[in-house]
Design a protein around this ligand. Structure first.
Ligand SMILES: *Cc1c(COP(=O)(O)O)cnc(C)c1O
Length: 272
């Protein structure tokens, strides 16, 4: 807080001085500082680790505010909330012309990108393929198949201009009811993605299991990743770390941290 910007109490519209913008600015700066420090402590270059701002449950206006503050990459986890929000943000930015509005950035480097990070049902594949740069949560060959079909038709219609990048979500504790594939199923799942023309295998995603030491969980994940990279050297993205455990994730090689609460504040209490 610099203290020299007094928020206008009754201004709801996103703008440099409204109270929410000031709060997001401070939280975003703190998250960047935290990430940079984590990288320094781990002897890593901060440029290797992307900060994905997780905006699920928060309105399109917040995404617009964050874009105004320099944020560029966002994570969403639920449909239809996500698709609607992305459309609203793009309309507000006048990016809603399909020719210039590709999920991978299209003609501009500064256009925001949105990733799907949450558990995904196959019947949502079609909509997700319209807006997502990347899906972090692929955990079955059937889902990969549905996303391939959806991405192919989005490419045909011009709704997207590049193949859909995917990460395989790994279940570290074998409790696949919380999403993720079993470690032993990763090779066949990777094959399914490799065979899909409209998908590109980019890496792995993990969520630390509940009640497990974060450092231990991330060390375990890093080993899984190392074995995976031996067979899939191009799949270098490692999406790991959230508000509570980003330092441990960075220590163990994360290339993408997904930060919600630490930037946005607490979400309404509902199942994610
Ligand atoms: C909600 C969510 C996050 C963000 O978690 P925070 O603890 O709020 O930072 C990260 N990853 C996934 C998959 C999520 O669903």
């Amino acid at each position: 807080m610099t203290g020299d910007e007094v928020p206008h109490r009754d201004s709801a519209a996103p703008g440099p001085g409204d109270a929410r913008t000031v709060q997001l600015r401070d939280n975003l700066a703190a998250a960047h500082a935290r990430l940079e420090r984590a990288c320094r402590d781990a002897d890593r270059d901060p440029a290797e680790v992307e900060l994905l701002v997780v905006t699920k449950f928060f309105p399109a206006d917040d995404v617009s505010r964050l874009i105004g503050l320099g944020a560029h990459a966002f994570g969403e986890s639920r449909e239809p909330e996500a698709g609607r929000k992305v459309a609203a943000v793009r309309a507000a930015l006048h990016l809603d012309n399909p020719d210039t509005d590709s999920p991978t950035g299209g003609v501009t480097d500064t256009a925001p990108v949105f990733d799907m990070i949450g558990t995904l049902q196959r019947n949502k594949a079609k909509s997700v393929a319209q807006w997502a740069r990347r899906v972090h949560s692929v955990d079955s060959a059937r889902l990969a198949d549905a996303l391939d079909t959806a991405a192919a038709s989005a490419l045909d219609s011009g709704a997207r201009s590049a193949v859909l990048d995917v990460l395989l979500q790994v279940s570290l504790d074998g409790d696949i009811s919380r999403g993720g594939a079993l470690i032993e199923d990763l090779p066949s799942l990777a094959d399914a993605v490799d065979e899909a023309d409209a998908l590109a295998l980019r890496g792995l995603m993990v969520i630390a299991p509940l009640r497990v030491d974060a450092d231990e969980a991330m060390a375990n994940a890093a080993q899984v990743r190392e074995r995976f990279l031996a067979d899939h050297p191009g799949a270098t993205v490692f999406s790991a770390g959230m508000s509570g455990d980003l330092e441990a994730a960075v220590r163990h090689g994360s290339t993408c941290v997904r930060v919600g609460t630490a930037i946005m504040g607490s979400r309404p209490i509902r199942s994610p």
